[in-house]
Design a protein. Structure first.
Length: 389
């Protein structure tokens, strides 16, 4: 059978992107188009009624997000679901709510226009940031804005997503991913986003293949197209031919057989033929991967990359939050050991969090960066020590 390089050499029906979540799958495409909301710019006469409608829309939006947050915690773990908690905090932000309420009173315009205009200001600031992470978080704000407007307009967002499809979209918000999870999506393809985008994070959490940052997948792929996602190499085949289907069907079968065979070895001792014992440990990016570590028979965590916590929640976790995360890991892996690596950050994160960096040309990062910002380092060390008791 031909190899992947040979198939690519003689094919023109594929797209490439970032290999965001490993895996292989074949399925029908569902091109997810964002809902376009029409905004009423007209003036109003009943200001008190408009403010009441705004408060009711806020309350309904909070109720929806609390429900999503609960489902997300169940499916993805508390750390990865924390983005929805952050969304709830935005909906409860007294400054934002106060500004919108004041503008409704002063400008006497429909509240949906004020909501759209006010929240869009925050989005523009985030989109204009140089850090890719901030641009991705601006999409989260879009979801919050549209949710409030939809509830102001008394519109119900009906899910018409087919069961068991490959989702293709320009970008995917956190709430979108929950909707797709309920519909048993087979994988994700997006035009935008990177390894820290929600499509990537959720796909890895649910063991679904994902290719992101393709730039033009929504232009090239149509509803109902047969797709192959290769999440190992960041490749998508559109309406694959017989040879391509045969190749990937065999690969999927082979991968399944390997996984089944390996599952039968998880409770066996890790040792060489001559009886030498091997300490088999796992590398972990986020706490929700701990179930995979346990089911695959690892005897501890050799490296927990704590910087991924920052990537997911968008800020440095305080001491209590870190204690909670590390303790949960330690409890789940007990009586085996866990090695926690100090935050290995640099580059964009130095600017994003306004960290001290005497000479950026030296590429200050990792422990050297933490030694220059002792308070962050001390907080993390205290959290690790407390979690180890």
């Amino acid at each position: 059978m031909k190899g992947l390089k040979e198939i690519l050499k003689h094919s023109g029906n594929y797209l490439t992107g970032i290999a965001a979540a490993p895996g292989l799958t074949i399925g029908k495409a569902y091109v997810f188009a964002k809902e376009v909301l029409e905004i009423n710019h007209n003036e109003i006469t009943e200001v008190d009624e408009a403010i009441t409608l705004f408060n009711e829309a806020l309350e309904k939006s909070q109720k929806e997000l609390r429900k999503i947050f609960g489902f997300a915690k169940e499916k993805m773990g508390e750390t990865r679901a924390a983005i929805f908690e952050a969304h709830l905090m935005i909906l409860d932000d007294p400054v934002l709510i106060g500004n919108i309420t004041a503008r409704i009173k002063q400008e006497k315009r429909f509240p949906e226009f004020i909501v759209d205009d006010e929240i869009s200001k925050y989005q523009q600031l985030m989109f204009s940031a140089s850090e890719h992470y901030m641009k991705e978080r601006a999409l989260d704000i879009e979801d919050i804005k549209n949710r409030i407007i939809r509830n102001l307009q008394k519109k119900r967002w009906q899910s018409k997503i087919p069961h068991g499809v490959i989702v293709v979209s320009g970008n995917i918000t956190p709430a979108d991913t929950i909707l797709f999870t309920k519909s048993s999506a087979l994988g994700y393809i997006t035009d935008h986003g990177g390894l820290t985008s929600h499509a990537a994070i959720i796909a890895r959490s649910l063991n679904l293949p994902a290719v992101v940052g393709t730039h033009n997948s929504t232009e090239k792929i149509k509803d109902g197209d047969l797709l192959v996602i290769d999440g190992f190499h960041g490749i998508i085949f559109i309406n694959p031919d017989e040879n391509q289907i045969e190749y990937f069907t065999e690969k999927i079968k082979h991968l399944s057989e390997i996984n089944q065979e390996l599952q039968g070895l998880t409770d066996k001792p890790a040792e060489t033929l001559d009886g030498r014992k091997i300490n088999l440990l796992a590398n972990v990016d986020v706490s929700s991967e701990i179930d995979l570590v346990i089911t695959n028979g690892a005897k501890g965590i050799g490296l927990f990359r704590t910087e991924q916590i920052i990537e997911e929640i968008g800020e440095f976790p305080d001491e209590e939050e870190q204690v909670k995360i590390y303790s949960k890991l330690a409890d789940r892996i007990y009586p085996e050991n866990i090695t926690i690596r100090a935050f290995d950050i640099g580059g964009d994160k130095v600017r994003q969090f306004d960290l001290q960096e005497a000479n950026p040309f030296l590429g200050l990062r990792g422990v050297r960066l933490l030694l220059e910002n002792e308070n962050l380092f001390k907080i993390q060390i205290r959290a690790v020590l407390r979690a180890s008791i």
